[in-house]
Design a protein around this ligand. Structure first.
Ligand SMILES: *[C@@H]1O[C@H](CO)[C@@H](O)[C@H](O)[C@H]1NC(C)=O
Ligand SMILES: *[C@@H]1O[C@H](CO)[C@@H](O)[C@H](O)[C@H]1NC(C)=O
Ligand SMILES: *[C@@H]1O[C@H](CO)[C@@H](O)[C@H](O)[C@H]1NC(C)=O
Ligand SMILES: *[C@@H]1O[C@H](CO)[C@@H](O)[C@H](O)[C@H]1NC(C)=O
Ligand SMILES: *[C@@H]1O[C@H](CO)[C@@H](O)[C@H](O)[C@H]1NC(C)=O
Ligand SMILES: *[C@@H]1O[C@H](CO)[C@@H](O)[C@H](O)[C@H]1NC(C)=O
Length: 577
């Protein structure tokens, strides 16, 4: 049934490398075709899906994945946009433009999480005809808008630098601005994690939100859309600070979710590292770069947590690759290894090897020592130049370790090369949704990383973690404390098509963003109203703005200001200035 039977025990690195080469040369094109087959309107397995819509899997029952998730779609299109913008595949332009149009529309679809400016961007999935999915679900999931912004910014940077400035500014930027504004407004609220099970704060979500705002600030500056840049940067700094809190120094790993009641060992963390990889950031631990000591320590703890839970891993040496899943306590569809989670450690390690090669050295610290000791029991903390035998010993063993994860997936890939979601923990046969788009995309990106294919970074180099974490737009206070309901009434006459919004100095008022400013109700026109939960006992500044078909008009100076009460609620009565 399987093409590759690779025994990870005692196999020489080069033999393993050759069998992995051979798997990649056959599986690479199958994986790329598998991605494209699941994208409407003309993908061979996506018949009925709208143009540019990524179907998660053609499986329509047990499980039914005939939907489009913002997370999966954005990760998939990020890999296609990387291929297009680096010239690897010049044929993808039309498909990418279809994706932009599809997402621009989906952003406007009212759904159970809200509307465009009232939280609806956090809706995790839609029907493949771009209508809202209204059944019960784990919502919202706040990684989607960040991942979509990252994919679109990659495209925008490429187009803008090739001289296509008008379309980027007029058509692409408003879509990106919606997503960045959402992240600014909602990053400090609880979210369902990427596996749609735990509602708390989630490392993957925080990491990709940080990335989106960081590169969003740079992109907005590049294209001259600067009105919200300072709020992107402020909240990016807040996110970078919050990101550090997931590190568990005693266990030597990143706790994936603040809730959930599990060990917290989770592919969430490895996926975060590879999807926030920046080749220019070296082995920076503040952003958990793939070769950082924290991410390597975390990788070991994550991988080791699966050694004894899957019987297909039994008998494999304690320093060799094994099949891995989402998290060791998983029971979904039997709680099995996943292809995409087993490719993830390989990709992280290939990224690490590429950075060490570029830097001509690697560092072993007290945090990463247990990871490196798997490959040389005598290694000690220190810096090892590429000319040293320690460097050669470690990097060649790590390359074999990385290849081992690909070899495990190869062993359990059926002869037609199809990648389902999972494979059996007891006999390795494929399980759950067939032809999972994200499984194929994870193969594509892992193979590219092994090949040291370089994609653009996002500004992760040289960041400084703030010394104290804040949740506000700077000086507003209110971190994590109680809130009070504040009703804002403003008398404002408007013309047809014009609406009144509010934005202000705290995250709950979108941190001075215009893109994610909050829409007031005109039910008592000409009085416009909204009730917002604001941090208690806090000085808050705000202004009303008018929006008409994208044009923004600010109220005249000065800023309005209030100090919220310590408890209860209050009403502000204003007149548009
Ligand atoms: C810019 O790119 C968009 C998206 O592909 C395209 O529709 C538009 O025609 C391009 N404009 C120019 C001037 O090339
Ligand atoms: C909000 O941010 C603060 C400061 O980083 C953090 O302590 C708190 O856990 C965050 N809450 C959520 C839900 O993100
Ligand atoms: C190793 O550590 C030194 C000193 O902290 C640092 O300058 C260098 O960039 C590090 N190299 C790598 C590959 O992490
Ligand atoms: C690896 O890189 C080479 C050179 O850039 C390219 O020709 C080849 O297609 C790449 N292979 C994969 C699997 O990405
Ligand atoms: C209103 O607040 C913003 C953001 O803090 C600030 O940049 C601006 O100068 C303030 N306006 C006035 C008139 O003080
Ligand atoms: C605003 O108007 C409401 C109802 O007319 C009133 O109860 C409230 O006290 C007013 N708020 C202020 C700050 O004057």
């Amino acid at each position: 049934m399987y093409r590759f039977f690779v025994c990870a025990l005692g196999i020489a690195g080069t033999v393993l490398g050759q069998s992995v080469d051979s798997y990649i040369s056959s599986e690479g094109p199958i994986a790329k075709a598998g991605v494209l087959a699941n994208i409407g309107p003309s993908g061979s397995k996506a018949s009925g899906a709208a143009a540019g819509v990524v179907v998660a899997s053609p499986s329509t029952s047990n499980p039914d994945y005939w939907y489009t998730w913002t997370r999966d779609s954005s990760l998939v299109f990020k890999s296609l946009i990387d291929q297009y913008t680096t010239g690897i595949d010049p044929t993808l332009r039309t498909l990418i433009d279809d994706f932009v149009s599809a997402e621009a529309h989906i952003q406007t679809v009212d759904n159970p999480s809200g509307g465009l400016t009232s939280g609806g961007l956090g809706e995790p999935k839609f029907n493949v005809d771009e209508t809202a999915f209204t059944g019960a679900w784990g919502r919202p999931q706040r990684d989607g808008p960040a991942l979509r912004a990252t994919a679109l910014i990659t495209y925008g940077n490429y187009l803008y630098s090739s001289g296509n400035t008008t379309w980027v500014t007029d058509t692409l930027w408003p879509v990106i601005e919606n997503d960045l504004g959402y992240v600014v407004s909602y990053w400090n609220q609880t979210t369902f994690d990427l596996w749609e099970e735990v509602s708390s704060s989630s490392f993957f979500t925080t990491a990709v939100q940080h990335r989106a705002l960081r590169e969003g600030a740079a992109f907005a500056t590049t294209i001259g859309q600067t009105s919200s840049v300072s709020s992107y940067t402020t909240q990016a700094n807040n996110l970078l600070c919050f990101l550090q809190s997931y590190w568990n120094p005693t266990g030597g790993y990143i706790t994936a979710n603040t809730g959930g009641g599990r060990s917290g060992k989770d592919a969430n963390t490895v996926l975060a590292s590879i999807h926030t990889y920046d080749p220019a950031a070296g082995c920076d631990a503040a952003t958990f770069q793939p070769c950082s000591d924290k991410a390597l320590s975390n990788l070991k703890v994550y991988v080791d947590s699966f050694r004894s839970v899957y019987s297909i891993n039994s008998g494999i040496a304690s320093n060799a690759a094994v099949a891995t899943g989402r998290y060791p306590e998983d029971t979904y569809q039997g709680g099995n290894p996943w292809y995409l989670t087993t490719f993830a450690p390989a990709e992280q390690l290939y990224d690490a090897l590429n950075v060490w090669a570029a830097q001509g050295s690697l560092n072993v610290t007290s945090i990463s020592l247990p990871f490196f000791q798997q490959f040389s029991s005598s290694v000690t903390a220190g810096s090892y130049a590429a000319s040293s035998t320690t460097y050669t010993t470690l990097t060649s063993a790590i390359k074999s370790f990385a290849d081992g994860f690909v070899a495990i997936n190869a062993q359990y890939t059926p002869s037609n090369g199809g990648l389902a979601e999972q494979y059996s923990r007891s006999n390795g046969s494929p399980l759950s949704a067939v032809d999972l788009t994200w499984s194929y995309a994870s193969a594509v990106t892992a193979f590219e990383a092994r090949n040291n294919t370089q994609f653009a970074g996002w500004g992760a180099a040289g960041l400084t973690v703030p010394s104290t974490c804040s949740t506000s737009g700077g000086g507003g206070g209110g971190g994590g404390g109680s809130t009070v309901a504040v009703t804002f009434n403003v008398d404002a006459t408007t013309v047809y098509g014009e609406n009144i919004y509010i934005t202000g100095s705290v995250a709950a008022l979108s941190s001075w963003s215009t893109g994610s400013a909050l829409l007031l109700s005109s039910a008592n026109y000409p009085t416009w109203s909204i009730t917002v939960n604001l941090p208690a006992n806090t000085a808050v500044e705000y202004k009303y703005i008018r929006k008409n078909n994208g044009a923004v008009t600010w109220e005249s100076d000065p800023n309005n200001s209030i100090t919220t009460p310590a408890s209860g609620s209050t009403t502000e009565n204003d007149t548009w200035r």
